[in-house]
Design a protein around this ligand. Sequence first.
Ligand code: ADP
Length: 267
Amino acid sequence: MNVAAFVPSKTAIPYYAPGGNEVALFERAWAGQLPLLLKGPTGCGKTRFVAHMAARLGLPLHTVSCHDDLTAADLTGRYLLKGGDTVWTDGPLTRAVREGGICYLDEVVEARKDVAVVLHPLTDDRRILPLERTGEELAAPQSFMLVVSYNPGYQSLIKTMKPSTRQRFVAIEFDFLPPEQEMAVVAAESGLSETRVRPLVQLAGRLRALKGQDLEEGVSTRLIVYCASLIEAGLPTREAVLATMIEPLTDDADVKAALVEIARAVI
Ligand code: ADP
């Protein structure tokens, strides 16, 4: 991917094109020591936004991709056997609370229920992390901020955030950028010209309109970036579209055939 123009070195701020006032809101939430919840479809820029904000504020970023086996102990830490001794080892959340900075729990609703218990005392004015196993009670430093994300559209009803947890966060809703802005992002990320990116973004718009009917999820910005990157690398457009904007969306042969038809009309 050709992001060199925007990210000249590893220490530079990752490129992020805002869709609204989320940058100012994030800065206010951080200054006010408030936890933040980012809602929105997969691949719409939530993770990039957090990376951008961490770099902008000069804060370390501790990211955890949550999954359905992730327990509170995976976040806080556990005793591990090391050379015959049992040694306490901090989990990523505990490290973030000790060191300060942003702790980002991506797709938090995927995690086991006991995770909410750990997050509650950290997300009210106590801002503490009790570690039952070690008997410690860590107070979060001023620079600590908890950021969580989830995708309200895609999870089943069982996997949603309980109001008692959700109502502890300042929340920002994310969506895909308007077409002109999304085109600029895809062009910047892939190196493909905006003229060649345009039909891909148009196609994504058509496919997103099918969400809830034939498709569980619409095409993410991430997938359009993949598609544009493959085209930029020399793959024929139709092959790239099939591999990135159609195959990942469905396993149903009839739906796939319908998507191919739509793609033919646009590309
Ligand atoms: P999410 O965390 O919402 O699943 P990501 O932040 O990982 O999505 O975004 C996927 C990719 O899409 C990023 O790696 C980046 O290439 C691109 N992207 C999406 N939105 C933006 C944006 N607003 N600014 C810059 N890049 C973006």
